[in-house]
Design a protein around this ligand. Structure first.
Ligand SMILES: [Fe+2]
Ligand SMILES: [Fe+2]
Length: 240
């Protein structure tokens, strides 16, 4: 017999779990449950998909939740303008620092290893498109969406009515940004698939190894970044 709290928990979405406590993402990661772009489905449905026992997954979730939270991890409690700045200063900064270099490495291994490993040619093409699209995406967030969001939050704090134009901008931006997250997420999935989960083939050069490591790091950073936006920042912005 299932306890009533267990049934309630199975109805909660993956995104809700992760928004409540970011550390739960590690459990989903282990079971191959997508907490990023596929975060809208319930835990019950995700377990059914993967043939998992939800009770077992819930037990691990409870274990993680009972560990004391380290300072700085409770993103859901942060004020929106602060969270927006945090995202820009960590995740956007990472992309500005690394993206061009990863694209250059990917192009290089496509040239050198493309004959024996044709998948790296496609990987380089996909990554090039990701980096171009990402720059437009970051600009929309930094120059349009976040400033409008900050103005609306400030107006609410002052007890004044937010500008209708800012509300309209937020609504429009949210649609675009969500769609772009899905597109970039799909492209990154495709890279992982082509790279066979980033297994390093035999007899390749160090640049190949570094490129695969960096692509993996990129995917990891993107998942955290998109999680903070989709499941926390965008969700709260849509409720403003
Ligand atoms: Fe972002
Ligand atoms: Fe984004």
């Amino acid at each position: 017999m299932k306890k009533s709290t267990e049934i309630q928990n199975e109805d909660k979405t993956i995104g809700e779990f992760v928004a409540e406590d970011y550390r739960i993402a590690a459990v989903f990661e282990r079971y191959g449950i997508d907490f990023c772009c596929g975060g809208q489905i319930t835990l019950g449905a995700a377990c059914q998909d993967k043939g998992l026992d939800p009770g077992e997954v819930l037990q691990e979730i409870e274990a993680i939740k009972s560990e004391p939270i380290q300072r700085g991890q409770n993103y859901a409690a942060w004020e929106l303008p602060f969270l927006a700045d945090y995202i820009v200063n960590t995740h956007h900064a990472y992309l500005y620092d690394e993206m061009e270099q990863i694209a250059a490495y990917a192009r290089k291994i496509a040239e050198v290893h493309g004959t024996h490993h044709p998948e790296v040619i496609e990987i380089a093409t996909i990554f090039d498109k990701i980096s171009t699209d990402m720059l437009t995406h970051l600009r929309e967030e930094e120059e349009v969406f976040f400033p409008a969001l900050k103005r609306v939050v400030a107006a609410q704090k002052d007890g004044t009515a937010p500008e209708a134009q800012d509300r309209a901008t937020i609504k429009r931006s949210l649609e675009t940004l969500h769609r772009e997250h899905d597109e970039i997420g799909d492209a990154v999935h495709r890279i992982r698939h082509l790279a066979k989960d980033f297994a390093i083939p035999e007899g390749v050069c160090n640049t190949f190894v570094v490129t695969y490591k960096k692509l993996q790091e990129f995917e990891d950073d993107l998942h955290k970044h998109v999680h903070l936006e989709n499941n926390i920042l965008f969700l709260k912005a849509s409720q403003l």
